[in-house]
Ligand binder design. Sequence first.
Ligand code: NAP
Length: 164
Amino acid sequence: MIKSELTIIAAASANNVIGFNNKLIWNIPKDLKRFKELTQGHSVIMGRKTFESLPSPLPNRRNIVVTRNKDYSPGGIQVFSSIEDAIDVCKDDLQPFIIGGGEIYSQTINLVDKIELTRVYKDYQGDAFFPDIPMDKFELDSELVNYLDDDSNTKYSFLTYIKK
Ligand SMILES: NC(=O)c1ccc[n+]([C@@H]2O[C@H](COP(=O)([O-])OP(=O)(O)OC[C@H]3O[C@@H](n4cnc5c(N)ncnc54)[C@H](OP(=O)(O)O)[C@@H]3O)[C@@H](O)[C@H]2O)c1
């Protein structure tokens, strides 16, 4: 049996901020494009707050939402009351993605095989955070450097970490 490669995908600032007031901090078209390309056709597992920050379920993906609310049942998604059950149901997917937010990243960072992290090399103010990557368990596999399309000359990188 082929093992699925459970993957976190996230974008975080230099100080690990990923969101503020249940919204993303930045708009980086190349990052959104990459997110779409990588996750298309796959399962995407997210926390209830991240789901509610989206305009609708993500098209062409199996949307899986975790909540402790047993009565939660919006259309177009599958709901689970534990992260383990959500991951379990994705066993038929070769690459299921954990797409946030902060609470879900911190509870899964030690479970995943791969991390696709967009790191924006600037500090931002926020209220949702990416956990520290346990570098005893992961190694950097590749880095692709870019610059924000504004006048700030801020660097960001697509970083791929794989489990050692
Ligand atoms: N930059 C990025 O890559 C990125 C990606 C995604 C999201 N975000 C941002 O992150 C922020 C949201 O993150 P967040 O940490 O506030 O919330 P979140 O992780 O999206 O969702 C938290 C919710 O998930 C449910 N949950 C958490 N742990 C659970 C468990 N073990 N079992 C069952 N349900 C569980 C709970 O829902 P109930 O309260 O309903 O029980 C909890 O309130 C937003 O600002 C969003 O824009 C950023």
